[in-house]
Design a protein around this ligand. Structure first.
Ligand code: PMV
Length: 328
């Protein structure tokens, strides 16, 4: 198999779940969007038969024949390199390349473990860079491979994170119908706040499962409400209705709070946003830590950000990303 010997670069965006997390696991819709924070990957073939990965201060260099357990054996703090390592092994074996190594340099703007799709973006950008070495830039194939790789980490994942990261934009996902893009009438400005509390999606999903078993009628009622919120939110995105979209975010958060997936630090960040001019705010992702998303009025974004930033939390102003995975 022929491959490029020069360095190739690709990057893929983070995601934010705007509506429907948890309820989507039980066949309800969700709205998820790519945001303009990215993971960039530089890849190059090496003749040392080693897989060498560098990400900020962290690095790993192991023989290409190593099994994935080598990552935990080396150092637990390198666990976040696991999906990347798996992607490299998978693509090399897919291409039948047993006698080349890979150097990978990763640069991430996405906080890890806070529900912003860092695993998906790392799988998508790594697969894209590796496929690019073999002159294959087909987005559908990148998505398919990244989705399979990400499912190793988030078992039972819907694949929506990889879809959004590959294709970009705002996506309405209906478990029985699939993905469709929502194109808004106007620009929206979002603020992401991170609690610094890393969460385990699997654990929180199990807790919700127990909640549902113990409180089936409450869960049914919350699901119906979440479904209705998602539908109204979709219209407000189409119409560019900031006020209604903000209200829907806050409504969705109340449902998640009742479900028991909030966290004192999430509540503090949301209160800070709502007290200081945000149009609405909610937790995003699995909850019990992680991040929140707030809608900020477009015409007063700087002023509102200044006020919110005086309170606790780490903040980043973001916009929707419509590019998805890019090369070069
Ligand atoms: O892994 P996170 O934090 O981006 O959120 C997962 C979203 C859930 O709805 C809670 C689970 C899922 O698989 O949809």
């Amino acid at each position: 198999m022929n491959y490029r010997t020069n360095k190739v670069v690709s990057s893929a965006p983070a995601k934010v779940i705007l509506f429907g997390e948890h309820f989507v696991v039980y066949s309800n819709p969700a709205i998820v969007a790519a945001i303009n924070k990215r993971i960039s990957v530089q890849a190059q073939v090496n003749d040392k038969l080693r897989i060498s990965i560098k990400s900020g201060e962290n690095s790993l260099s192991v023989p290409v024949i190593s099994k994935e357990e080598i990552i935990t054996a080396n150092d637990n703090s390198l666990l976040f390199l696991h999906p990347i390592f798996k992607c490299i092994k998978h693509v090399l074996s897919e291409k039948g390349l047993l006698n080349v190594g890979i150097n990978l340099d990763i640069d991430s703007q996405i906080p890890y473990g806070e529900g912003l799709g860092s695993s998906a973006a790392s799988c998508v950008s790594t697969v894209a860079a590796l496929y690019s070495l073999f002159s294959n830039r087909d987005r559908n194939q990148i998505y398919e491979t990244a989705r399979i790789m990400e499912q190793n980490i988030h078992t039972n994942s819907s694949g929506i994170d990889c879809y959004v990261s590959t294709f970009g934009g705002i996506i309405n996902f209906e478990p029985n119908k699939g993905f469709s893009k929502i194109r808004p009438e106007k620009k929206f400005t979002l603020l992401i706040g991170t609690t610094g509390v890393k969460h385990s999606t699997g654990k929180v999903v199990s807790q919700v499962k127990q909640f549902r078993q113990r409180n089936s009628s409450v869960f049914k009622d919350l699901s119906l409400k979440a479904h209705a919120v998602c539908k109204r939110a979709m219209n407000s995105i189409y119409e560019g209705n900031e006020l209604e979209l903000g209200n829907m975010l806050t409504e969705n958060h109340k449902l998640l709070y009742t479900l028991g997936v909030s966290h004192p630090k999430i509540e503090k960040l949301i209160e800070n946003c709502l007290d200081n001019g945000a149009l609405g705010a909610k937790l995003t992702g699995a909850g019990k830590g992680g991040a929140i998303v707030a809608l900020i009025p477009n015409d007063r974004s700087k002023e509102v950000l200044t006020r919110i930033s005086r309170g606790s939390g780490k903040w980043m102003l973001v916009e929707f990303d419509y590019d998805g995975v890019v090369f070069g």
